[in-house]
Design a protein around this ligand. Structure first.
Ligand SMILES: [Zn+2]
Length: 461
């Protein structure tokens, strides 16, 4: 539909995966320190409903043991995919600015791949399925943007989320006994699994494999799909959750569930690693090492945070038949690093050490995990408007800004009810959720998710 055909073509001056830098990165030897003890984990489950059977997708994550040539190949492929992503994003951005949303789509961009390979033959070094998948991922990112589910897609930077995906199960073979996986162009690759009861078995039919870098290591995530009977309705009591700055999760039953951040000592270590990286000469081997040290450190913190969120959401979804949370997009707009708009100017340096950006991500992750875990355990997730949940008295309903003398305290000016402000808010959130479910006004996240799954399956068929 576009008026002018835009050609997918590398520009001069664009970062085109300079092979010198990648060689340094790919040459880093694997190091099996205690930090890297996590060799395998299940990392997520997505679910859709079909009759009385649930389609379950699980990601199984394993650490790869690559030789130098294979590591180099992975770096290079990730670099080419990043280059293609950025190029295709630029093309779509240009079209979006000039002609509106649907002017360039996946088919148009995939159709230009062969022209692009003729122009820049090194692109063909990456497996072609991975290239197509990159364009498909970009397409999905735009669809999410157009549907207002996500922000505008970003350009990818070197060493940030380096990854590529093999989307076709016919192209790879996982040997679970020999702990090897056969991948296009890479050949046989050894991977690590836990031992005994810590060993992971692939659960269902492998659908795709994503290879990604984290710190010094490369990992593969095997996405498997299986069908299981729909779970029985969870009879657990309802619970409301307040997500906050000082306490990541507070329940209406008065519990604080932690999301682990950095300790003070780790803050200092991070600063030291960052300084160290800044001092090293560009392009030097020492700089590559400093970069991996930093990435490894950050990956370990992120892993710990993810695990603590998993622990909390599993517990909540298992024990409660109804989980009520606030609409985080709305809540995020009123919250600031210094607290909330409702209680401004107070210093609430989070004890858990979560900063604003990480907090947003943690909230989104909590919401995402609750979404599938509630479905998984037969519970319902309900999302309510967060307006005034922190100013209203959970006992008498009186609403006044003065009810909140400090970030931590709630003290009702009408009835004298006093309690921890987060617990009071969680109780209000629960009440809002219960009111909404009986009125039928609730945005039942589970339902929304199930129907989203339905849609994507239909459109894929
Ligand atoms: Zn009151």
């Amino acid at each position: 539909m576009g008026t002018a055909k835009m050609v997918l073509q590398p520009r001069h001056g664009t970062d085109h995966t300079g092979s010198a830098n990648l060689a340094v990165q790919g040459g880093v030897k694997p190091c099996f320190s205690m930090d890297a003890q996590m060799v395998a984990q299940i990392y997520y489950v997505i679910i859709s409903l079909k009759g009385f059977v649930m389609k379950v997708q699980k990601g199984h994550r394993f650490r790869l043991d690559l030789d130098e040539a294979q590591a180099e190949f992975c770096s290079r492929t990730a670099g080419i995919c990043r280059f293609l992503w950025n190029l295709a994003l630029e093309q779509r951005s240009m079209a979006y600015r000039q002609e509106g949303r649907h002017s360039v789509g996946y088919n148009a961009q995939a159709g230009e791949l062969s022209d692009l390979k003729a122009f820049a033959p090194w692109i063909a070094e990456a497996p072609s399925h991975c290239l197509q998948q990159t364009l498909r991922d970009l397409d999905t990112a735009f669809q999410n943007f157009f549907a207002k589910r996500a922000a505008y897609p970003n350009f990818r930077k070197k060493f940030q989320r380096d990854s590529f995906r093999f989307p076709d199960a016919k192209q790879f073979l996982v040997d679970e006994v020999g702990l090897r996986v056969k991948l296009p162009k890479l050949g046989q690759v050894a991977y690590r699994n836990g031992k005994g009861r810590h060993a992971l078995m692939l659960d269902g039919k492998a659908k795709s494999i994503t290879v990604s870098r984290e710190g010094r290591h490369w990992f593969m995530s095997v996405l498997c799909e299986s069908e299981v009977p729909e779970p029985l309705v969870n009879p657990g009591t309802p619970v409301g959750l307040d997500l906050g700055v000082a306490h990541a999760i507070t329940t209406s039953t008065g519990e604080h569930l932690p999301v682990l951040g950095r300790t003070r000592a780790e803050d200092r270590r991070l600063a030291r690693l960052q300084r160290n990286l800044g001092r090293k000469k560009k392009g030097s081997r020492n700089r590559a090492k400093a970069r991996t040290d930093l990435a490894e450190f950050q990956a370990r913190i992120a892993r710990r945070r993810r695990d603590s969120i998993h622990k909390a959401t599993t517990k909540l979804a298992k024990n409660h038949g109804l989980v009520v949370i606030e609409d985080l997009q709305v809540k995020g707009m009123t919250a600031s690093a210094a607290g909330t708009l409702e209680a401004p100017g107070r210093n609430v340096r989070a004890k858990s050490g979560l900063n604003r950006v990480i907090l947003d991500k943690a909230w989104a992750e909590i919401r995402r995990q609750l979404g599938y875990k509630c479905l998984w355990s037969g519970s319902r997730l309900v999302v309510v408007n967060p307006a005034y949940t922190s100013q209203r008295c959970s006992r008498c309903g009186h609403r006044e800004a003065g009810n909140r003398p400090s970030q931590e305290k709630f003290a009702c000016l009408a009835c004298g009810h006093a309690e921890n402000a987060d617990i009071n808010a969680a109780k209000n959130i629960l009440a809002a959720g219960l009111a909404a479910t009986t009125d039928g006004l609730a945005v039942a996240a589970c339902g929304a998710m199930a129907s989203a799954g339905q849609r994507s399956r239909n459109s894929a068929a």
